[in-house]
Design a binder for this molecule. Sequence first.
Ligand code: FRU
Length: 493
Amino acid sequence: MKEWTREERYRYLKDPQELQELYARITKSEFRQTFHNQPVTGLLNDPNGFVWYDNSWHLFYQWCPWGAVHGLKYWYHIVSKDLVSWKNLGVCLLPDQGDGYDNKGAYSGSALPIDDKLYLYYTGNHRDTDWTRHAYTCLARLGTDGWPEKYPLPLFGSHPSYTEHQRDPKIIKLPGKERYYIILGAQTMDKRGCILVYSSMDLQHGWELAGELKVPGFEELGDMWECPSIEHIGGKDVLLFCPQHVRLTGRGESRNHNGYIIGDMDWDTLIFTPEGQFHVLDFGFDSYAAACANNIQDADKAILIAWMGLPDVFYPTDDEEWSGCLTLPRELTIRGRRLIQRPLPELKKLREEELPLEKNASGCYPLPKAVEVELDCRKGDVRLKLFTKEDGSGGMAVQYQDDTKVISVDRSGMHTRFNISEGESRERILEHDLVHLRIYIDHSSIEIFVNDGDAVFTSRVFPTGQERYLHIEGDVFLHMWTLKPAVREHFLV
Ligand code: FRU
């Protein structure tokens, strides 16, 4: 694995041509996907600034151009009309080349449209020459020409009563309220994760700390909360965030998680009153920094996209000098005390051809590289093996045991194993019998939606040329469709 020096990681991109050779090389990788967003070169992490604006969906991703390394971060811009087909628009927010507020990265944030402008709130990651970190909350304005104009001064710097881990502004405009709010992920001096709430009557001026968000019962969950957001869905509030450096039962040595709490947010007292426990958002292995779209104009749902990856781990494509991709968009609703996550109905447009169900001599179906698998399940246990070899051996096991209602995903049978310490098997106890599975596979990723959004398992997977069959045991109806490419890979920087 390549060792990166600080100079290499934080090298400033001067000319897109510097990436041409890397782009030409990585686009030949067998793990590049066809309907997921992935980095044009280098590393993709968090989705940022997800919003409906100017008759399109806009999304940006944290991007480090040089390789599979967390170095100098830019916001890379992509757009879509329907959240299914996407196109690259190129780099948007650039970190400062000099000694400015974001000299070592334009870190994560969010966007809000006002009139015909889009306001981008982001974290300016500043490092002094002795590498001391400072976090600034910065603003840029995007006009309809697509080019951002950065405000020369940050809205505010880090608050001295907390450590320098203060980042990922989520801009919130509540219906009927004149005030704007920004919530930030932060860390207290005694190393507890928390959220800071700022407010102002103006988009640019007068931002002041309103206080630390109180979330009774959750004062000791992790040492830093990244990427917070508060969404109002179907009459409830949902606090989504990524508590760091905490172990959760059943998730191996994994220390970075993305989860949510349903409750009630009081913006006057800054108390979020939980109605239940902290739930993991995704039961798979690779999902983090989920972002919900702003300005969706529908009070009953939210639309979420996450980074299909994790901090502090390695992926097999790191050696090819690229890493990361985004999940498919999901529609969030609330049922009882849980979030329901369904693939957007529009994703049906990806379907190309329904496949004939012909088994080979070992009872396996050929599994295309970009495919949707749908299973209607009747009574009893179900055992699926995806990415097996021709004789049905190996692969990723998805098993449902009817007596315990446990569904599990185990990727230890794959030839290419990675991040083993995170645990190779994950499970969830279903509230009802298993009746339905919808699975999206795209070259090096798999998203498994259980019982119409009751649970999701999202994972990267790197099958070899031999691992391309599906074996099923159980009383099920099967449908499979090959899926069309929907994300164009233009070299646009
Ligand atoms: C989460 C995160 C954010 C930060 C960004 C930097 O993955 O660490 O907290 O803003 O990534 O790329």
